[in-house]
Design a binder for this molecule. Structure first.
Ligand code: DX5
Ligand code: ZN
Length: 217
């Protein structure tokens, strides 16, 4: 299995963003995770296209964009132009997930679907053939540094089992409350991409990425 760390800049020091991104890249992270919030699909507002535009072309990390926004298809072209490479959309936020996921691929981005902790796992099953990644939210979307919700472990397992059963090549990413303990739980359940915000950026980013990559070995 190919294990990937995806540091989430939601917890980064924005005044020192360039340096912090370089640190996680040098330490061996492969993705950079962007949490885009619109104040509607989730209560908070975070950041969006102008921040991506600044980073685009200045890192080799794959830009992994998690849209916590209502009717995300209104912005697919704009996120593509801003450098998004993986685009994750919430099953709860779309009117026509099939059409939206196909459109993401047509635009040359990697389609990824996600579901919130209270959304039944089966809700993403009809779309597994259309994605390269499923993001299992292990906290309620909308804020960093929340505790991992234990019941989500069974969802990771169920999604990985379904992927294997159908012979698909799909990554399972986890997002929310991932730390020294829960990274092992999520890995054992079948996750292979790990979003980490506060566990990396509220500590020494370089050392933290090294530490978590060691745990994943
Ligand atoms: C939550 C976001 C997460 C968040 C994770 O809405 O999707 O990506 O940054 O933060 P931690 O790792 O601190 O739980
Ligand atoms: Zn996220």
């Amino acid at each position: 299995m190919n294990y990937i760390l995806a540091p989430s800049i939601l917890s980064a020091d924005f005044l020192d963003l360039n340096n912090q991104i370089k640190q996680v890249e040098e330490a061996g992270a492969k993705y950079l995770h962007f949490d885009v919030m619109d104040g509607l699909f989730v209560p908070n507002i975070s950041f969006g296209i102008p921040v991506l535009n600044c980073i685009k072309g200045h890192t080799n990390l794959k830009l992994d964009v998690h849209l916590m926004i209502a009717e995300p298809n209104r912005y697919f072209e704009k996120f593509k132009e801003a450098g998004a490479e993986i685009l994750t959309v919430h099953v709860e936020a779309m009117k026509d997930p099939e059409a939206d996921l196909k459109r993401i691929r047509e635009l040359g981005m990697i389609p990824s679907i996600t579901l919130s902790p209270d959304t039944p796992v089966e809700s993403v099953f009809p779309f597994l053939d259309l994605v390269k990644q499923v993001l299992v939210m292990t906290v309620n979307p909308g804020a960093g540094a929340q505790p991992y919700i234990d019941k989500c472990t069974d969802k990771i397992k169920a999604i990985r089992e379904e992927i294997i059963k159908r012979g698909l090549d799909v990554d399972v990413e986890v997002d929310g409350g991932i730390n020294e303990e829960t990274i092992k739980t999520a890995k054992d359940a079948g996750a292979n991409v790990f979003v980490m915000g506060s566990s990396i950026f509220n500590h020494e980013p370089y050392e933290s990425v090294k530490k978590y990559l060691e745990i994943l070995k």
